[in-house]
Design a protein around this ligand. Structure first.
Ligand code: AMP
Ligand code: ZN
Length: 291
């Protein structure tokens, strides 16, 4: 691949907690000058078909998902997101676990809403389910309900005041064990990459030795360049990737207007993407050119 190819390997649509339809997402990516986009909705592959159908000719589409996982750090469970690329969406174990994770999201979302409503906040479970519109329920959907009801002005404000853990109304979910999720993605023919491993408290659990163990379990790469990573974290992660033979990726984690960042804000080097695709078994092909 040419070295000036622009690659964003992490984005969300309305199939999870983004605000663009999958068709809008691929159209926007091409308009923003991206050559390659990965669609990586939380715990679902529902956006794959509409994104593929609307893919502009010049855009290469990598189909993936972001799995909700957890790992112990002492007596605490830490939430870690795992990107899976090009895995078989019909793999029985993947289907079963994504179904469980979506049910867990619904249960946890409704429990958070109940606690808010009990405290007098004008929000209801039905309202959040209407806003999610069939997507796996995420805190940004609750944030949108809080905007709709006039409680906050933005999703960012909702996270800062009511939705962010460990304060406010945050409740944890029972996510997949991280190493199990790495094996799940790998066994389904995909490539597993740690999402923002220094973004939101993951450092407590994802110590260098743990990342080494995950590499042994099949982890292919780590998301080094991410909007939530300060420069020091990027340097540390790049060194870890080199030490453990892992790929370094970069991505925006675009969520539409649920987050204040732009698609393509962070990018992945073409040689890293080529190596990532080589680590997959081709069950779910790359759509478009990779050369
Ligand atoms: P959940 O998956 O339900 O725990 O919600 C977390 C999701 O909300 C992640 O995908 C974040 O990227 C997204 N998100 C959107 N806006 C924010 C924000 N201001 N702070 C933290 N996470 C946010
Ligand atoms: Zn994400």
């Amino acid at each position: 691949m040419d070295s000036d190819v622009r690659i964003d390997l992490h984005s969300h649509s309305v199939a999870s907690d983004g605000t663009d339809t999958p068709a809008e997402l691929v159209t926007l990516a091409a308009a923003a000058g991206l050559d390659v986009l990965a669609i990586t909705d939380h715990d679902t592959t529902d956006g794959w078909a509409p994104a593929a159908a609307a893919r502009p000719a010049g855009l290469t589409l990598i189909r993936g998902a972001e799995f909700s996982t957890q790992i112990a750090a002492g007596d605490r469970m830490v939430s870690v997101h795992l990107l899976g690329y090009l895995f078989d969406p019909a793999d029985a174990a993947v289907v079963a676990e994504q179904t469980r994770l979506r049910e867990e999201r619904r249960r946890r979302g409704m429990a958070m809403v109940q606690r808010m409503a009990a405290d007098g906040l004008p929000i209801s479970g039905g309202q959040v389910m209407r806003i999610a519109d069939g997507a796996p329920v995420g805190r940004p959907h609750i944030g949108q309900a809080l905007i709709e009801s006039g409680v906050v002005e933005s999703v960012d404000e909702a996270f800062a005041s009511l939705l962010g853990g460990p304060h406010g109304y945050y409740l944890p979910k029972a996510d997949t064990d991280l190493a199990t999720a790495v094996r799940l993605v790998t066994a389904a023919g995909g490539a597993a990459v740690l999402a923002h491993p220094r973004g939101r408290g993951e450092a407590l659990a994802l110590r260098p030795a743990v990342i080494g163990e995950l590499a042994q379990a099949g982890l292919v790469g780590i998301e080094v360049d991410h909007p939530d990573h300060p420069a020091a974290a990027r340097a540390e992660l790049a060194a870890l990737a080199a030490a453990y033979g892992l790929l370094s990726t970069g991505s925006s984690d675009y969520h539409g207007h649920n987050k204040t960042l732009t698609i393509g804000q962070e990018t992945t080097r073409p040689d890293q993407l080529v190596r990532l695709v080589e680590r997959t078994s081709g069950v779910t092909p790359v759509l478009g050119e990779l050369s």
